[in-house]
Write a protein that binds this ligand. Structure first.
Ligand code: NAG
Ligand code: NAG
Ligand code: NAG
Length: 971
């Protein structure tokens, strides 16, 4: 044993030693060395034990009983990897090596030639590379059969091949062998089978083919051979199978071919052959399969083909054959497959074909006319059951699809597309329980898709596009659970996309485009995990696109043309399901001290982030309002010029007297003090004294006779205003509101076409200006900010106690007086409108960007003072962060409340605090104030506290210490 192991070692390390060890001549040793070069993951060679004295009982080994020497090695399909080692060369009595269908690599060892007794070597179906060694055939002993098929061999065929006269079978198919056939290859006249198919061989076939009188099978299929087919092929009388397909052979079919009486298979497809299909083919009595497809044959189909009683398969497709289909083919009793597609055939639909018991029939792309009928179905029903493939597509067939189609019980593939068929789809297709493909597209079919289609349980593809189908998509389609393609486009289908489609879990392609489908897309569709195409474009679908799965990346082209469909893909926001802050004006801060009005500010390009979509949905709605208001504004300005001149103001409480009822003269009411505009009267309505413009009008600054500064607001919504009586009642009510933190209304002026409100003038500018403009101004300290928050809360609390809802809270409506006290202005103006119409309201106060409570979007929720609490909450966040409620970034929209809420949840609330405070704030106050702001800005109105509670909470938050700012500065 020790000696044996030592030898094994030497064999593995120094292979050349092997030849010096002839004396040992040990099959066990050779096989063990061979095994050592392999991976055997399935342990197929586990019986190969080196301790055994004889290998004859090992798996895959056969010995000569007389000598006990190994004669056969048969390891097909043993899952072996690795290289074929020289160990095999030790097996001097080996006759047969068969290692087919493993994963062996490396090149073919030329030294196999030293195995003198070798008769057959089969290495097909491995990973061998390199070229075929010439040595293998130089002294080829008794080699009869060689197969290297299905490997990766390259290089040229060795010339020596022609000298290995013992060869009977050569199979080198499916490699990458190139070059020409060896000049003398036909001297191998013992050859019975030659398969060189599927390589890269080229050139012409050498002369002398006729000498191959033993040849039974030849395949040169799928190479690049050219030239003509061998003229003398008819001398190879043993030939049974000829395959010259998929090359570039030209010329005609050699006439001598007709002598091949034993030939059962002729494949000449995929060449450049031309001429007519010869009549004499009908005399080849053994012919079972004839494939002349994809050549340049012309002329008619010879009726002599009816004599080929053995014919099973006839393929004449893709030529230029004319005329009709000879009915003599009916005599071909054994015919199973007939393909005459893609020719120039014409004539009546050959309905007799259905009586032949064919399995496959294709007539596709010819010019056959007439109706499809099933003759003698009653007498010969059995012949109908064998049909598996029926392709009548792209002809000019007319009439209806006979409901007797159900007689084709074995039908798997049915294509009648591209004809002129009318009528409805027979419900009997549901009886075809083997059918996998139904294509009836591009006909003129009408009626609805039969619900019986659910019976076609094997269906994989259903193509009915381009017809005139109406009605609903039957929900029974769910029973076709193997369906991968459903194409119903370009019909007139109505009704919804049935949710049952979502049960077709194998669905890859669904094309329902160009119909009249309506309703919502079922959410369940997102369950379809194999979907690659889902086209519902050009229908009347509505509602939200499903979100998730395939639908997150659905292309626009698959959904466009559904005006009521919404979702990010179609750039249409859906009616908000989750309340969001209403974001209306993408460009809020271009001007003005007072509330800004965007009709004079151009709109920036809208950014389409998800949160912006809500804004756009609302903005589209509002645009109309903007236009109307702008027009009204213009009208008022024109008429005010005429009115300014006769306008006279006189003192005391009520401007009454004769002009009162005269429409040319207005009525001026001051709630306190003088109403003498003095020189200010001239300045009134003068551009220079304009303070700003807002949704409700232009604001001017002037000084009354008594020295009081007032801000006069010219309402620009006159035609929307109520009657004088109601107007006065509302204004007087507003005039009674007096609070330290509210801008007081001092009086008003009324004519039917012009209304003025005279307000207290607050000199310090708006909160908006303090927070977002004028960088020269030193920003508000925390103490000032907190004070403003408290002032705001108190002002609003008072307003609510007077049963007035502000409706229009925003930082540009908050004025700061000289002692840094906040005063809320512009309150209650919405009450002057004839009705609290949300449409008008939202267009009036649309610049209240980001302050508007979400319930504004929802028509059914009552608007209450909680709406102001929301605006207050946003104001608080704005004051603390110094940021606008909505900020438009390059490609995003930052909604302040969401941003702060997110930061708070991450415990990073302090990061949001205005940088300009530079850390000078009281943390015990800031964080609670932020939280209060967020609570006030709750989405749900009932979650918001009322303003009285807010005032109380603020008092609790406020730290007791005085002079806090100084303390902080010392720290
Ligand atoms: C090989 O055979 C010997 C004796 O016949 C035995 O002891 C040993 O276990 C076998 N080895 C394997 C791997 O089966
Ligand atoms: C085939 O062999 C190669 C190496 O020779 C190896 O990487 C590969 O995993 C093998 N494949 C199989 C299926 O065994
Ligand atoms: C589709 O049906 C509607 C009504 O059902 C009809 O008005 C319309 O003309 C039809 N369209 C086509 C292309 O047949």
């Amino acid at each position: 044993m020790v000696v044996k192991f030592l030898l094994l070692f030497l064999l593995l390390i120094i292979p050349s030693v092997v030849l010096c060890l002839d004396a040992l001549n040990d099959d066990v040793l050779g096989l063990i060395v061979f095994k050592a070069g392999l991976q055997d993951p399935e342990l197929k060679l586990v019986s190969w034990n080196e301790s055994d004295d004889s290998p004859c009982k090992w798996d895959g080994i056969r010995c000569d009983p007389a000598t006990n020497r190994v004669t056969q090695l048969n390891l097909d399909n043993f899952y072996l990897s690795g290289q074929i080692s020289r160990g095999l060369l030790r097996l001097q009595s080996l006759q047969i090596i068969s290692l087919a269908n493993n994963n062996l690599s490396g090149s073919v060892n030329p030294e196999f030639a030293h195995l003198w007794g070798l008769q057959s070597i089969d290495l097909s179906g491995n990973n061998l590379s390199g070229s075929i060694p010439s040595e293998l055939f130089e002294q080829c002993g008794s080699l009869k059969s060689v197969s290297f098929a299905n490997n990766g061999l390259s290089g040229v065929l060795p010339e020596s091949l022609s000298s290995c006269m013992t060869l009977q079978s050569v199979n080198l198919s499916s490699n990458r062998i190139s070059g020409n056939l060896p000049e003398k290859i036909w001297s191998l006249n013992g050859l019975q089978s030659l398969d060189l198919s599927d390589n890269l061989l080229e050139g012409e076939i050498p002369q002398g083919f006729g000498g191959m009188y033993s040849l039974r099978v030849i395949s040169l299929r799928k190479n690049a051979f050219s030239g003509v087919l061998p003229e003398d092929i008819g001398s190879c009388l043993q030939l049974q199978s000829v395959n010259f397909g998929e090359n570039s052979f030209s010329g005609v079919i050699p006439e001598s071919l007709q002598k091949l009486n034993m030939c059962s298979s002729v494949s000449l497809n995929g060449n450049l052959l031309s001429g007519e299909v010869p009549d004499w083919i009908g005399h080849m009595q053994s012919l079972e399969s004839l494939d002349l497809s994809t050549n340049r044959f012309f002329g008619r189909i010879p009726f002599t083909l009816g004599n080929n009683r053995s014919l099973k398969e006839l393929n004449l497709s893709s030529n230029g054959i004319t005329g009709g289909l000879p009915q003599s083919l009916m005599n071909c009793d054994n015919l199973l497959a007939l393909d005459v597609s893609k020719n120039l055939l014409k004539g009546k639909m050959p309905n007799w074909i259905f009586e032949m018991g064919l399995q496959k029939f294709s007539l596709s792309r010819n010019k056959f006319k007439g109706m499809i009928e099933f003759p003698s179905l009653r007498t010969n029903a059995l012949s109908y059951q064998s049909l598996q493939v029926l392709d009548l597509s792209s002809n000019e067939l007319s009439g209806v699809i006979p409901s007797e189609i159900k007689a084709f019980r074995g039908l798997q593939f049915l294509d009648m597309s591209g004809n002129l068929l009318i009528g409805s789809i027979p419900s009997t297709v549901g009886d075809l329980n083997m059918i996998q493909v139904i294509d009836l597209s591009y006909n003129m079919l009408n009626g609805s898709i039969p619900s019986e289609i659910g019976g076609a349980i094997a269906l994989r593809e259903l193509r009915l596009g381009g017809n005139r189908l109406t009605g609903h998509i039957p929900p029974q389609i769910e029973n076709c659970s193997s369906l991968t393609a459903l194409v119903l486009s370009k019909n007139n289908l109505t009704g919804p996309v049935p949710p049952t489609i979502a049960k077709l879990t194998n669905l890859e392609i669904a094309d329902l485009s160009y119909n009249n489908l309506s309703g919502n897309l079922p959410k369940e569709l997102t369950d379809l995990s194999h979907l690659t195409v889902f086209n519902v474009s050009n229908n009347n679908l509505e509602g939200e696109l499903p979100a998730g799965g395939f639908f997150d990346s659905i292309p626009l082209t698959s959904v466009y043309g559904n005006p009521s469909l919404c979702g990010s893909v179609v750039n249409q926001s859906c009616p908000a399901v989750h309340p969001k802050p209403i974001v209306l004006n993408p460009n809020p801060s271009t001007n003005s001290d007072d509330d800004s009005f965007p009709s004079n500010s151009h709109h920036k390009k809208l950014m389409l982030s998800v949160s912006a979509l809500i804004a756009i949905g609302a903005a589209a709605f509002i645009f109309l309002g903007v236009v109307i208001i702008s027009l009204l504004n213009l009208h008022v300005r024109n008429s005010s010029h005429q009115l300014a001149a006769p306008m006279e103001f006189s003192g005391k409480d009520e401007f009454s007297g004769s002009p009162m009822s005269d429409s040319q003269y207005g009525k001026l009411v001051m709630f306190s003090g003088e109403a003498d505009f003095g020189s200010g009267a001239h300045a009134l309505l003068n551009k220079d004294s304009e303070l700003g413009r807002g949704g409700f009008g232009v604001v001017y600054h002037t000084v009354l006779g008594d020295g009081r500064s007032v801000a006069i607001k010219k309402l620009n919504i006159s035609s929307l205003i109520k009657s004088q009586e109601e107007f006065e009642r509302e204004v007087k009510k507003l005039g009674k509101v007096r609070h330290h933190n509210l801008v007081s209304l001092e009086g008003y002026y009324w004519t039917p076409s012009l209304q003025l409100l005279i307000n207290e003038y607050v000199p310090g500018g708006s909160l908006f200006k303090h927070l977002h403009e004028d960088p020269s101004r030193t920003s508000l300290s925390w103490h000032q900010r907190f004070n403003i928050v408290v002032g705001l809360a108190k002002g609003l609390d008072h307003l609510h106690k007077m049963n007035i809802v502000h409706y229009n809270l925003k930082s540009s409506n908050i004025l700061i007086d000289n002692s840094d006290e906040a005063k809320v202005g512009d309150f209650g103006l919405a009450r002057l409108l004839p009705m609290l119409d949300r449409y008008i309201l939202s267009s009036k106060i649309q610049s209240a960007l980001g302050y508007m409570a979400p319930e504004f979007a929802c028509k059914t929720v009552k608007i209450t003072e909680k709406c102001d609490v929301y605006g207050f909450g946003i104001l608080v966040l704005e004051i603390v962060t110094g940021r606008k409620p909505v900020e438009y970034m390059e490609d995003d929209v930052v909604v302040l409340a969401e941003m702060v809420r997110g930061a708070l949840e991450e415990g990073k609330a302090e990061d949001c605090i205005d940088q300009r405070l530079q850390g000078n704030f009281v943390a015990e106050e800031v964080i609670p104030v932020i939280k209060l702001g967020l609570i006030c800005a709750s989405q749900v109105p009932s979650n918001r506290p009322d303003m009285a509670e807010v005032v109380n909470i603020l008092e609790l938050i406020q730290c007791p210490s005085e002079g806090r700012d100084e303390e902080i500065e010392q720290v």
